[in-house]
Ligand binder design. Structure first.
Ligand code: NAD
Length: 370
């Protein structure tokens, strides 16, 4: 079977869907076509792919394979070059109804890896986790770079320097990694989330949990979320959270926000009033910016200074760690491929499989996710 790896064309995308490590495993049984220069932004040379068993091809030859491995959804021009029936695997943005419809109209068997269910068997294919982990780490690095003071407490002959105070809003995969990274750098950390199990996780990493009590059964029940994801909390709980967060934000030097609710705009957690109350020179990194942001002052793809606070609105921080982000993503893709390639190395798509059902956007011209 021919499996291809096109170069990503979306602006700012530096990752690549296969690495020499994963190509080597696939090339034993399949013909692997890698577009010339596909890995360069992730520091992978064409020579490294060739050494792993791939063939380097021009852009014109990359769309005719039976299976296409992508990071982002192919654009209209790319889609037009793909034959009906081709398997396309990537972070295809399953919440984009127009794109889903376009993939169906092109007759593609399109798999959106963001929709992999959160079950044990699918953990090794979970691209949201692998990329969020990297984004959480990089958010702390970006913040530390903009912050004009030390992260750890320092006692020197010239006097003592206080440790930075870091506030993490939303403690899923990215938030937990942000806590762990800030901790390694010596910061003092507080964190908030809606879901009850998070408190213990936050405390086990040596950070303080900002407890917003649940006052009604409804609040308690909504806070459980669905399938590991949060649901929008009632307005009264959000107001109480916001009051507490406002007080903690006044003391914070760095705030990293990661709060998301699947398929909905991100909840507003750091209001303009709170930004105004923060210390000059403090930093906010808003990882939810592409879903509208957890701070209304953050701007997509920009770092701005508002009320003396640096606000970073970089939507895909994992792209700034392109080599490792690609390495982990490529392993997710490889594990997904094992699900649809049988022992005879043929494509077998079991429509009854839970992971297939959740990720398959379109097949045979049929739109499976609206
Ligand atoms: P996410 O990216 O969807 O959201 C980030 C965090 O924001 C979540 O923790 C969410 O509860 C929080 N949030 C939402 N609204 C908020 C609000 N108003 N205030 C504060 N926080 C708010 O989450 P995620 O990183 O995908 O992880 C969600 C959970 O799923 C975690 O517990 C994670 O460990 C779990 N998970 C399980 C598996 C698996 O079982 N295979 C895989 C990945 C993640």
């Amino acid at each position: 079977m021919r499996i291809s790896v096109p170069a990503e064309t979306r602006p700012g995308e530096t990752r690549v869907a296969a690495t020499p490590e994963t190509v080597k495993k696939l090339a034993a049984k399949h013909q692997i076509l890698v577009q010339a220069g596909a890995g360069l932004a992730a520091s992978v040379t064409d020579d490294a792919y060739v050494a792993a068993g791939a063939q380097i091809v021009p852009a014109s030859e990359v769309w005719s394979a039976e299976v296409i491995l992508k990071v982002r959804a192919p654009n209209a021009e790319e889609r037009a070059q793909i034959k009906p029936g081709t398997v396309v695997i990537g972070m295809l943005n399953p919440f984009d109804a127009d794109n889903n419809a376009a993939m169906a109209a092109a007759g593609l068997q399109a798999f959106a890896l963001e929709a992999v269910p959160r079950i044990t068997r699918a953990q090794s294919m979970d691209v949201l986790s692998s990329q969020a982990n990297i984004a959480g780490y990089k958010a702390v690095m970006v913040a530390a770079n903009l912050y004009q003071r030390f992260m750890p407490m320092l006692m020197t002959a010239a006097g003592t320097v206080k440790a930075a105070r870091v506030l993490i809003m939303g403690v899923g995969v990215a938030g937990l990694q942000a806590i762990a990274t800030a901790k390694r750098l010596g910061a003092v950390i507080e964190a908030s989330d809606v879901r009850p199990p998070v408190k213990e996780q936050v405390e086990s990493l040596g950070a303080k949990f900002i407890d917003v009590p649940y006052l009604t059964d409804e609040e308690k029940q909504i806070a459980q979320g669905v399938g590991g994801y949060a649901r929008p909390m009632p307005a009264d709980w959000m107001r109480r959270q916001s009051e507490l967060v406002h007080e903690r934000a006044k003391l914070a030097d760095i705030i990293i926000t990661t709060a998301l609710i699947p398929g909905r705009p991100a909840p507003v957690l750091i209001s303009e009033e709170t930004v105004r109350a923060m210390k000059p020179g403090s930093v906010i990194v808003d990882l939810a910016v592409s879903q509208g942001g957890n701070c209304p002052l953050s701007e997509l793809n920009k770092t701005v200074v508002k009320h003396g606070v640096h606000i970073v609105g970089e939507p895909d921080l994992a792209t700034l760690v392109a080599a490792d982000a690609s390495a982990l993503y490529a392993r997710n893709v490889l594990d997904f491929l094992k699900l649809i390639i049988d022992k005879e190395d043929k494509l077998v798509i079991d429509r009854e499989d839970e992971i297939i059902k959740a990720t398959l956007l379109s097949s045979g011209g049929e739109l499976l996710r609206k």
